[in-house]
Design a protein around this ligand. Structure first.
Ligand SMILES: Cc1cc2nc3c(=O)[nH]c(=O)nc-3n(C[C@H](O)[C@H](O)[C@H](O)COP(=O)(O)O)c2cc1C
Length: 196
């Protein structure tokens, strides 16, 4: 099932994943949904999300652009009032879209487990949604840097220029890892401008 209409596109879509413990206690944390000929999540050891998924085999992707929810849920759990239930599973009340997945073990490494995701239920709450994509964010940041480089072309000191180019190279790595075709194409064009 294609999930672009639920805000989950190419590359890695950053969403807030909700899960529940065996006792039904909800948890939220930012997680990347990997679109790689099917949908996957890679969960690093030590997280509540992983321990919940290992026990309940379910995860919900909450598509949101709310930076505050991302930050809070990355460091601690969200309070009860942020949660509601969709098809009996905890999701975030304010999310733009929800996708509930069944998780099947796919592979593992020293410090992670990867799961293949099978869509069980999905709902759009707000139209025109898009999950945060670090590739797109990186393009925005790299473009701002590139325009600074251009604006100050004559008086950008060599050291400063090298620092900016290193930052752009850093963002390029993120686009490579997380971006879709459009972001990768944009980075190519941006580099042509920077190198000219
Ligand atoms: C944008 C973003 C994306 C993240 N993606 C993942 C991921 O794909 N897998 C993972 O294990 N942790 C990921 N993390 C880190 C977890 O959110 C973090 O370890 C969190 O504290 C786990 O919370 P939990 O213990 O409540 O599950 C991500 C963090 C951010 C900010």
């Amino acid at each position: 099932m294609e999930l672009s209409e639920y805000g989950i596109g190419e590359g890695i879509s950053e969403v807030i994943a909700t899960t529940q413990s065996e006792e039904g206690e909800p948890n939220a944390a930012p997680i990347g949904i990997i679109n790689r000929e099917g949908y996957f999540v890679r969960l690093y050891k030590g997280s509540k999300t992983l321990s919940n998924v290992l026990k309940t085999h379910k995860i919900a992707a909450n598509v949101s652009n709310d930076a505050v929810l991302f930050v809070i849920s990355a460091f601690k759990n969200l309070s009860r009032e942020h949660f509601t239930r969709f098809q009996g599973f905890p999701v975030l009340r304010d999310a733009d879209a929800w996708v509930i997945f069944k998780c099947e073990p796919a592979s593992s490494g020293e410090d992670f487990f990867e799961f293949k995701l099978k869509v069980q239920a999905a709902k759009v709450n707000r139209k025109g949604v898009r999950a945060i994509n670090r590739g797109l964010n990186a393009i925005i940041e790299a473009t701002i840097l590139a325009t600074r480089l251009k604006v100050n072309e004559n008086d950008t000191k060599e050291g400063q220029k090298q620092r900016i180019l290193r930052k752009i190279a850093y963002y390029e790595g993120i686009v490579e890892k997380c971006g879709g075709e459009r972001e990768k194409e944009a980075m190519k064009i941006l580099k042509m401008f920077v190198m000219r």
